[in-house]
Design a binder for this molecule. Sequence first.
Ligand SMILES: C[S@@+](CC[C@H](N)C(=O)[O-])C[C@H]1O[C@@H](n2cnc3c(N)ncnc32)[C@H](O)[C@@H]1O
Length: 506
Amino acid sequence: MQYQSFPDVKGGSNSLDKLSALRLPPLAGKSFLDVGCNEGFFCGFALFEGASHIVGLDRSAQAIRRATARFPGVSFVQSSWDTLPEGQFDVITLLSALHYAEDQEALIHALMGKLTETGVLVLEIGVAPGTENAWVSVKRSIDERVFPTRAKLGSVLAKYAWKVMGHSVNQAGDPLQRYVVHVRHKQPFVYLLLDDPGSGKTTLARHLFAPRKIPVVSGDKLYQRIATGQLKGVPRGIQELVEREFTTARIDKVTRQLFDAGFAADLVALWTRQVKYRDFALDTYVPEEWRPVVAEEFQILGFYPVAMNLPTKPLPPARTSIVRAKEYHEFLTKHAPAPQGPTVVIHRSKPAKNTPPLRWHLDSPQDGERMDDSDGQLRVSGWLVSTAEPQGAITIRLITANKEVACRPLSRKRPDVLKAVFGATEAAPAYWQEHPCGFQLQASVEQLRQGLALYAEVGGENFELARLELNTASQQGKNREPGNTGPFSKAGVPSIQEWWNKLRGS
Ligand SMILES: C[S@@+](CC[C@H](N)C(=O)[O-])C[C@H]1O[C@@H](n2cnc3c(N)ncnc32)[C@H](O)[C@@H]1O
């Protein structure tokens, strides 16, 4: 009795149901090899499906004769499977035949060797019951053959990716359940971390992959290397666009432009080139609508894409945070509390006609400085130099309406000042190189309230430098001119001449 069944002749095997159970992948345009093909039923199906290259192999001369007669378009070879045909195949089938092989394991490996990188070997085999890892001899109605247990099958196929697809048809007189198993070469995984910037994908990559020595390709770092010309062999369009548009703050922008410009496949090839053909993680932002395209491109290159999505909400774009910061500043400005307590007001006095060319500065207090937290003391410090020659001893004094509050000669070395005024300390006139130009005087806040005048005595003459006063909250922002309504009323601080005369007279 013949084995395979066709509509015109019924054989011992239900070939049509077996075909359904095989779950063959689409065969159009693929190369197909059926090992132990018998009368060519499955090769005929490949022909029917539009496979581009079909080879059937069987050691039975009669089976090959009948197969050739039925399917002249197929190349049938009468041979033992010890010699396999030339070339690689996308789909190879070995159906109800493994148990006839002397070395079953070797036959499986040999067939895997004839499979293209992304191809599939479809086994239809009996699996022996039992939990042990063993080949089990099983008595059938026609003979006694050896079959693998499930554990044995697992160990034989350990280095491949394999999956039991389900039951096949049972064979009369054969006590074993038949199974369909798909076996593929293990493809490298590419773990796709493509979420929006700020979603936490880099942290995940660091924790998950680095400790397992799985390389992580960072799209951001790659852009940087492209932008600085450190990465060779970058397609010209990508190179130009990255050089023009890349900034670390707007990686999402350049990425979107690259994808919209049609560089999806080139980018995938570029990322892949960084690690060769092995498992790796890709940590790079890809616009959502392009993520399926990226996964597909990886599949075309023989990778198994694993999409990893993070549940965290991505950060808003950088622009949003700039806008929010600006809005916050406006809010703060609008709701700024009214100034509390009095502030210092400093009026630089107009130099008199005979005032020598003095350069001076007050380090403390500053114009507008708050006085509310003061301990009652007022420290007046700064520097003064005269750019006129000859120099002589210079004294700094503070006076109120009634009395001199403080009087000190310049006493502090200030090389920073000399450098700022004369260009370099060494360029300063000899006098200033030898004499200090900094001063520090002490007064009280109370005296400041009365109004203070700052004078410099140069060459025996006093020159008014500035007037200092306290501006109370009610006066802030208005009438800052001395001698109007503030404590510097006309009678407030006397002119130096008045004061000098008073001092001399007393
Ligand atoms: C049980 S039949 C299965 C036929 C077909 N694969 C199917 O499932 O319909 C097993 C086939 O394997 C073939 N066969 C057995 N040993 C073989 C070998 N060493 N080399 C090639 N073919 C062999 C037989 O000639 C027979 O056609």
